[in-house]
Design a protein around this ligand. Structure first.
Ligand SMILES: C[S@@+](CC[C@H](N)C(=O)[O-])C[C@H]1O[C@@H](n2cnc3c(N)ncnc32)[C@H](O)[C@@H]1O
Length: 265
């Protein structure tokens, strides 16, 4: 039996619970999603999918950019979709609650897939790329941003000084992502950009991760409360990484990728 590393229901619940706080805390997500817009192709009509749309922040932006397109907003978390639909309604659009690894869309039905900071939550990235290849029309593109393995490395280091449990989500490195791209998709571009966010206090970072729903969702995480001594060691482990300017760093390794399904001969 294949061990499930990620609990999808927990991810859905965590993001659903975060729907009302997400927008006020998701500064990095705003920035990355906005930078990702630069990778989108020139306007053309057709069907667009925002994969892992969250609160729908990018719905009006995509609608403005592609006014004639039909927009599917898809997310695993029903709470996110309710929030998106009520706060960012749109014409010629629908909201679908589904898993990116099993898309409820027909073969060759979508011209463009936009996805910002969502696919890092997938269990099997190869399965995701296979689904993307299936639903894209020939000539269609998958434009996505995702997080690399160096993301939140300071948090991992700090926890390693406390215990051996898995406290931080695993993120895939570039070679793993590339190796899993479906052979029916061409890589048009693959860019990396690391961002270092700075916090005065560790609690600001941990509150932010909680507030956007990005808890640790991997297996191997501790059961029950973390003891006081472990917590002390964790905090000391993070404090030891305080920078010369007095701030605590949190690294985000971001990949911006454009894949294209070739035109059929
Ligand atoms: C960090 S949020 C990003 C939301 C939005 N794209 C943005 O940039 O504001 C990640 C979103 O991906 C969704 N998600 C996680 N795993 C998913 C999956 N397997 N299929 C579809 N959506 C998923 C979460 O529910 C969450 O809304």
């Amino acid at each position: 039996m294949v061990q499930q590393l990620i609990d999808k229901q927990r991810i859905a619940n965590s993001f659903s619970n975060a729907a009302s706080t997400y927008d006020s805390l998701a500064e990095l997500q705003r920035q990355v999603g906005t930078e990702l817009l630069d990778y989108l192709p020139e306007p053309h009509p057709g069907d667009i999918l925002d994969l892992g749309c969250g609160t729908g922040y990018f719905t009006p932006i995509l609608k403005q950019r592609y006014p004639d397109a039909y927009l599917y907003n898809l997310d695993l978390a029903l709470g996110m979709l309710h929030y998106a639909r009520s706060h960012r309604p749109a014409e010629n659009a629908s909201w679908l609650c589904a898993d990116a690894e099993s898309l409820p869309l027909a073969d060759k039905s979508i011209n463009l897939i936009y996805s910002s900071l969502a696919i890092q939550w997938c269990e099997n990235i190869g399965q995701l790329f296979s689904e993307v290849q299936r639903i894209l029309k020939p000539g269609g593109q998958f434009v996505f941003a995702t997080l690399g393995a160096e993301t939140l490395s300071e948090l991992k280091v700090a926890w390693q000084s406390a215990d051996t449990d898995t406290h931080v989500n695993r993120f895939f490195d570039q070679s793993h992502i590339r190796a899993n791209i479906h052979e029916g998709l061409n890589v048009n571009s693959f860019h990396e950009d690391s961002k270092i966010l700075k916090y005065r206090e560790l609690k600001e970072l941990t509150d932010e991760l909680k507030g956007i729903g990005a808890h640790n969702m991997n297996s191997g995480q501790p059961v029950g409360l973390v003891g006081r001594e472990k917590l002390r060691r964790f905090k000391a482990g993070y404090e030891a990484q305080r920078m010369a300017d007095g701030m605590l760093p949190a690294t985000y390794q971001v990949f911006y990728v454009v894949l294209e399904k070739p035109l059929e001969n």
